[in-house]
Each structure stands twice: as C-alpha cells, then as structure tokens.
Design a binder for this molecule. Sequence first.
Ligand code: ATP
Length: 288
Amino acid sequence: MNHSALIPPSSTHLPLPPLHSTAPTRNAAFTEKFSIEGRNLSYTIPTGQGRHVPILRDCSLSIPSGQFWMLLGPNGCGKSTLLKILAGLLKPTGGFVYVKKPKSFVFQNPDHQVVMPTVEADVAFGLGKFNLTQDEIKTRVATALDVVGMLEYLQRPVQTLSGGQKQRVAIAGALVEACKVLLLDELTTFLDESDQIGVINAVKNSLDNSKDVTALWVTHRLEELEYADGAVYMEDGRVVMHGFNVECSANLLIFIMLWWTMGQLDIGVLRASPFVHLCMFCFDVRRN
Ligand SMILES: Nc1ncnc2c1ncn2[C@@H]1O[C@H](COP(=O)(O)OP(=O)(O)OP(=O)(O)O)[C@@H](O)[C@H]1O
C-alpha cells in the first residue's frame, strides 16, 4: 500500500516546537541515526524460591529516527515487556537501552490515559508543567488534534468518544509536548476496522508532520505490517528477526527454509505454530 494515500491532503502542519531539552544525555551512547536502541537486553522475574524466570533474553534492536516500525510475535513472547523497558516503565536486568526524549507510552486501554472531562482539557493536561500562555496552549492543542484528525472534537466530552478516537486523543497528548518517540502498545487490538485505520492514520500523520518523530507499534495484527517501514519479530523472549522490509523478506525466507529443514529432521518437535507465524509475516512483508 502507498502510505501517502493514507494522509489527507489537507494535513500539512507546522511541527510543534520542542518544550524539553533534546540535548543528548550521558546515556545517549548511540548515534542520532537511531531514536530507539536496545543492546543485549534481558529481563527476569524472581520466583520466590530464589530463582528467576527469564522473560527477555539478549534482545537487541535499532529503530532509525523518523520511521514507523512494528514489534510482532505470538502471545506471551515479551513484546509488551520490551516496550515497557524502552519506555522506562521497567528496568532491564541486563543490557543497555537508549530512547530519544521526550518519549511517550500509549496504553492499549485509552481509559488509563484519557482522563480529563473534554478532549481539549485532556490534550492540554500535560502542558500544565510548562510556562505557556493560554494562547500558546490553545494553539498547540489545536495543532496536535489536527494532526490526528480530531480537531472537530475539541469540545467533546471524552466519554462520548469511540475507543479509536480516545487513542487518537492520547496520541495528540503526546504530540502536544513535542514528543520525539511514540511507544504504542497494541492500540488496535479491540478496535473495529474503521477505528483501526483512524489510529494508524494518526500515527502515520504524526510522523509525516514532523520528520523527527519515531514510532514503535506493538501489534498482533499482521495486516498492519504493510504500513511499517520495518519490523522486529520476537519469539520466546528473543528477537529472532529485525530489519527493513527488503532485508526482512530475504532473511525470513532463509530462516524459514532452515526452520523447515530442521523440522523435517527432528520429527518429535512440533514447529507448526512458529512456522505459520513466520510464513504469514514473510508474506506480508513481501507484499510491500
Ligand atoms: N510481572 C510478571 N510476573 C510473571 N510473569 C510475567 C510478568 N510480566 C510478564 N510476564 C510473563 O512474561 C511473558 C511475556 O509477557 P508480555 O506481556 O511481555 O508478552 P506479549 O508478547 O506482550 O504478550 P501479548 O501479545 O499476549 O500481550 C508472558 O509469559 C507473561 O506471562
């Protein structure tokens, strides 16, 4: 699919000026080429008997600045855990992480994030900590809502919005603070198709509006891969595939052939589920 077809022609906005210092911190050991980097990340959970259960094992990923990437994999493989580590909500037990700031985590359930009575009040909520005039706040809120296609809902009570509209308001709440990295956790899992497309458009438009915004999108929906610039595929707490569309297709084909050959040699091991996952992933990537 042609991504530009998703963006309404009227969607040309001036990028919102930064509110935070974007100077690199001492943790910024990586290049500006990547807005999100993880190196050999591990995460374990203590069990009570002095033992630790591994949730993430040696995960590495690099997401180039200004791109829209997806994080895919079967249920329970560790996607949300990895995203929370990148967001700073969890501390890794090993490895290094760098994510450009300001960064924002958008939850699967927008009711955890969209809490003010009206759309305008909700998007403006985070601006309270900055020394801005009322006019500056109004302009920023209107611009952020326009980017996600929600400007006409400015005065709407939030409880009257659909799930997808609330997600878009949550994304506007991130953009209004000139956020540089969007970490999006399964936003479309419970949405119908029209809301799903609305949220994807909102993210795509956010990236097109400011070449400086990078997004990592966790999803179960393989059909959403067609909107992505690249993808990270996880299984069993590990990153098993990582790359741009073209790289992914070639690497995945080799990986699947090896996996299939191993399955033929080792009759006792059931490999059907991951095999099907990878085939679908490969098929979707190759369609680009
Ligand atoms: N606090 C915790 N205590 C025990 N186990 C946990 C904890 N947090 C996560 N896990 C386990 O870690 C694994 C990875 O969980 P995570 O939510 O990251 O997976 P996921 O890929 O996002 O899954 P899904 O796609 O179903 O949302 C799962 O097996 C989960 O049960």
